[in-house]
Design a binder for this molecule. Structure first.
Ligand SMILES: [Zn+2]
Length: 87
């Protein structure tokens, strides 16, 4: 074993869950899994910290939930706009 036993496949899996983790939408087991992994993995740790900082900034400025699914929200808004009468 040359590495610190770190599996970067695991990193990728966790990265996909990070936004949910930040939102507090993950179950406790996955949360602690991510925390434990980030303690060993500089890449994931800094990613997590950056995400947290970004989220904090968003919260402080907007005082709104983070627009995680921006494109989804956008679609919702677009669908709520009444269609313009065609000329
Ligand atoms: Zn990692």
């Amino acid at each position: 074993m040359t590495s610190n036993g770190h599996d970067h496949k695991h990193c990728l899996e966790l990265f996909e869950k990070l936004s949910e983790y930040i939102d507090g939408e993950l179950d406790h087991a996955t949360c602690s899994e991510i925390k434990r992994h980030a303690e060993d993995c500089v890449a994931c740790f800094s990613c997590l910290e950056t995400l947290k900082r970004t989220v904090d900034l968003c919260k402080n400025v907007e005082e709104k939930p983070i627009p995680v699914n921006l494109s989804e929200k956008l679609m919702e808004i677009i669908q709520q706009i009444p269609k313009l009468p065609s000329p």
